[in-house]
Design a protein around this ligand. Structure first.
Ligand code: DOR
Length: 433
């Protein structure tokens, strides 16, 4: 396959320029200003005109909920990875809060097998830190890693016990693995459903204070510093949490962080009208928090943009706000929302690619994040100018719980290539079968 005339943005090689890229046997074979191979001399050659498009190392989402096994009515590994490639992701790392929980090698192997059958995006399971996400007994990290787990997290059910987190960090660091922490002090959150503050009070909703997030971020940073063990903070949403991470990084603490598009795009004001699609955990915060998350993304305090794609069925969302499930789908809207940051001067295009591809790969030690000659050809082609509207029926994810329905977006993935094979092409139904 020959990608011609695209603008290659590959921060791993310091390239931001027009380049041709040749893919042979699923690998990047050559990159040059001009590669001329005639199609007539080579019947097997597929030439793709990428003029006007950005070519980047495939995006990697380090925080996705694929829901299988157990919640197939929300999403399956197949529908989730279909949504992923449509959003420009060549790989996703999926969370362990399935049913049964991914707390043993059998489930991890099952997830890998289902992903191979779906044959779309690469899937990297994140296994549970504790058995059943109950916070009481560590899982067998080493066995889980042999089965394919790439990191450990009790996302959605944060570890309340500091000593368990200590043991988890020690165990993971002895294996070179990363703990991903969903930071929430449950005693402070109580039965909160929205950011604590004027908006929640005005709407009659119970608040979730930022201090609940900040305290746990502070705990993870201090444990990480004390133990010199790597910790990754999931979906950072509060201004103080960003500042804590910034200060910790300046001291050399091995901490990293991610932010979701909803936390850098929407404020708690979106809750007026009680759209349950805006009920997420951590909650949408104040404009001060959103500004600080953006600043964190800009100065590198926050390493990655992650979707926290959290599919829920209509039954779980079309209920009173208090009863609705937390979460929104995101895989198909990350790119245009992240491109808004480029449009507003928060990120350069190259930094966007870093936050969506290079850093996720480096943090979890995954293949990808680069288009250096010789690597597997996982490539995303996107159009920064394409204007499109989010239409519920057109969303590929099985669940449609996003507040962005009806929004006009600018920027779209037009092709996703995984291992040299086209897994998504705009306007075409690509079937791997
Ligand atoms: O909004 C959320 N939904 N936050 C989480 O941490 C979990 C997720 C889910 O699993 O639905």
């Amino acid at each position: 396959m020959l990608l011609k005339n695209g603008r290659l943005v590959d921060p791993s090689q310091g390239i931001d320029d027009i380049r041709d890229i040749l893919i042979v046997d699923g690998k990047i074979a050559a990159i040059a200003t001009r590669i001329d191979i005639s199609e007539s001399n080579n019947e097997a050659l597929k030439v793709i005109d990428a003029q006007g498009l950005i070519i980047a190392p495939g995006f990697i989402d380090i925080h996705t909920h694929l829901r299988e096994p157990g919640y197939e009515y929300k999403e399956t590994i197949r529908t989730g990875t279909e949504a992923a490639v449509a959003g420009g992701f060549s790989a996703v790392a999926c969370m362990a809060n399935t049913q049964p929980v991914n707390d043993n090698a059998g489930i991890t192997a099952f997830v890998k097998r289902q992903a191979l059958t779906a044959n779309l995006a690469r899937v990297y399971p994140i296994a549970a830190i504790t058995v059943g996400l109950k916070g009481a007994q560590l899982t067998d990290f080493s066995d889980l890693m042999r089965a394919g787990a790439v990191a450990f997290s009790d996302d959605g059910a944060p570890l309340t016990s500091s000593v368990m987190m200590r043991y988890a960090l020690e165990y993971a660091s002895s294996l070179g693995a990363t703990i991903i922490s969903h930071c929430e002090d449950l005693s402070l959150v109580g039965n909160g459903v929205a950011n604590e503050g004027f908006t929640a009070t005005d709407l009659g909703l119970v608040g979730m204070p930022t201090i609940a997030e900040d305290l746990m971020v502070a705990r993870e940073i201090m444990l990480s510093e004390y133990l010199q063990a790597r910790v990754h903070i999931a979906h950072v949403s509060s201004a103080r949490a960003v500042r804590l991470i910034r200060e910790a990084k300046e001291r050399g603490v091995p901490v990293s962080a991610e932010a979701t598009p909803h936390h850098f795009t929407l404020t708690e004001a979106a809750l007026v009208g009680y759209d349950t699609n805006c009920k997420v955990n951590p909650p949408l915060r104040s404009s001060v928090d959103v500004m600080e998350v953006r600043r964190g993304l800009s100065d590198g305090t926050i390493d990655c943009i992650a979707s926290d794609h959290a599919p829920h069925s209509a039954n779980e969302k079309d209920v009173e706000f208090d009863y609705a499930a937390f979460g929104m789908v995101g895989l198909e809207t990350v790119l245009p929302l992240a491109l808004q940051l480029v449009g507003e001067g928060v990120l350069t295009l190259s930094q966007l690619v870093e936050r969506m591809s290079c850093n996720p790969a480096n943090l979890l030690g995954l293949p990808g994040g680069t288009l250096k000659v010789g690597v597997d050809a996982d490539v995303t082609l996107f159009d920064t100018q394409r204007v499109w509207q989010v239409v519920k029926e057109n969303l590929i994810s099985k669940s449609k719980n996003t507040p962005f329905v009806g929004y006009q977006m600018r920027g779209k993935a037009v092709m996703t290539i995984v291992g040299g094979k086209i897994k998504f092409q705009e306007g075409t139904a690509i079937s791997p079968f």
